[in-house]
Write a protein that binds this ligand. Structure first.
Ligand code: ASP
Length: 417
């Protein structure tokens, strides 16, 4: 083997392909795979899970604090948040609908190894009530994500309201978030081995049948990504500005390509800011407010992915999802997208939270783990495109879109579609 550095994605792909072959080799004796190889995958999953609670909590406090600066926010903040929420909700609906229509997980005879609780799903009212933690420490200890998110948002805004006294808290959370991002990066280096160890027992236990539906999941996710970009972004951009759909995608192509190849919307942020200002003429103030905020809390690609994957896993395990449960997925994925960090693989961690919100088997995520990087590239590209669109729409609605500075052409009319 050459000692030349191989990119992580190449390594993960090798881990995945190797895992498939080794798994096929063990089809006749899956016990060896589950006894000796599966624990390595479990270790990888545990490492990921280790970072979930601190990561979600700290990044959300920081995110909420940036929203909580009331003077800076004003009208722009309100508009931005509405755009984020509406587009993300549309994204999840698209994801859920496509997964329900194309049924990528149908016909995979997977049986959860942990006894599946056939408990009735809590009602929507109960789910909403449960979002408010009566004891936030208990919520953190138990890893109750919805409650953690709720508390993080409130405490972040509270910290801003008390001003100077709140600063140490925000600094601490910022530092904790940075540490968790770093850990995520380190853990991602183990992904090739983790992916290998996760996919081997899956293939060994279930045979090659599971791979075909995985191709379907990739197809359904990407169909959602494309559909959402067309429906939500280009149309809203065209409606609010003089930028045509073609010019929008042309102008966005650089940050989208960087996002696709790095799988990190945070890593793409400087390029995104530069692009919206230079290509579209978004004002500096709006670009520097909307984009960092969006990179923290606006993740439409991730939301589509979570919707598709949750339904896929339910179908693969033959667990029917009620409309209420799908509404819970919508709500959880909406909140999860706020807590997802703009780093590679963060959406996968949040998928666990979405799965647990409706009692779906967490090991179903092992199926996704093997193809996650491929999905991550697409969803990050959508996340970044969404933020570009948001900055254009908000800037245009504030009459702060300076067409004279834009390098891309504008269409003659700005009639909505
Ligand atoms: N990698 C994505 C991003 O940076 C987040 C995710 O994993 O969904 O936007």
């Amino acid at each position: 083997m050459s000692k030349k550095k191989m990119s992580l994605i190449t390594k993960i792909m090798i881990g995945l392909i190797l895992g498939v072959f080794v798994g096929l080799f063990f089809v006749s004796s899956p016990k060896i795979a589950t006894t000796y190889i599966k624990p390595i995958g479990t270790l990888f999953l545990n490492l990921i899970k280790m970072t979930i609670v601190p990561l979600v909590f700290s990044s959300l406090v920081v995110g909420a604090a940036s929203i909580g600066d009331v003077k800076k926010l004003g009208r722009i903040g309100g508009k931005t948040m509405i755009y984020f929420f509406v587009t993300t909700a549309v994204a999840i609906v698209i994801g859920l609908s496509l997964a329900n229509i194309f049924k990528p997980g149908a016909g995979i005879p997977l049986v959860s190894s942990t006894p599946q609780k056939v408990t009735e799903a809590p009602s929507l009212i109960q789910t909403l009530l449960d979002i408010v933690p009566t004891n936030p420490i208990d919520a953190l200890a138990k890893g109750n994500m919805l409650q953690i998110i709720f508390f993080a948002l409130f405490s972040g805004v509270g910290a801003v309201y008390i001003g100077e006294k709140g600063e140490p808290y925000l600094k601490f959370c910022d530092s904790l978030a940075e540490i968790m991002y770093k850990l995520t990066e380190v853990i991602m280096n183990l992904a090739p081995y983790g992916v290998f160890a996760l996919i081997v027992p899956v293939i060994a236990e279930n045979g090659p049948k599971v791979l075909i539906p995985l191709i379907k999941v990739i197809g359904v996710c990407y169909a959602g990504f494309i559909l959402h970009s067309i429906i939500a972004y280009s149309f809203s951009v065209k409606m609010f500005s003089k930028i045509s759909i073609k010019e929008f995608f042309k102008g966005t192509s650089t940050p989208t390509a960087i996002a696709f190849s790095t799988s990190s919307s945070s890593g793409t942020l400087p390029i995104t800011i530069k692009t919206v200002r230079e290509s579209f003429g978004v004002s500096e103030g709006i670009a520097s407010f909307v984009l960092p905020l969006g990179t923290t809390i606006n993740m439409d690609g991730t939301a589509i992915y979570q919707g598709v994957c949750a339904v896929f896993i339910a179908q693969a395990y033959g667990i029917p999802l009620t409309l209420g449960q799908q509404a819970t997925i919508l709500l959880t994925a909406l909140l999860a997208s706020i807590g997802t960090a703009g780093v590679p693989g963060a959406g996968f961690m949040m998928l666990m939270m979405v799965l647990s919100s409706v009692g779906l088997p967490l090991e179903g995520a092992a199926l996704i783990a093997g193809i996650d990087r491929v999905l991550d590239m697409g969803r990050t590209a959508v996340n970044v495109t969404g933020n570009v669109a948001a900055s254009i729409v908000v800037s245009a609605s504030e009459k702060e879109l300076d067409y004279t500075k834009a390098t891309i052409k504008q269409s003659k009319s700005n009639i909505g579609v």
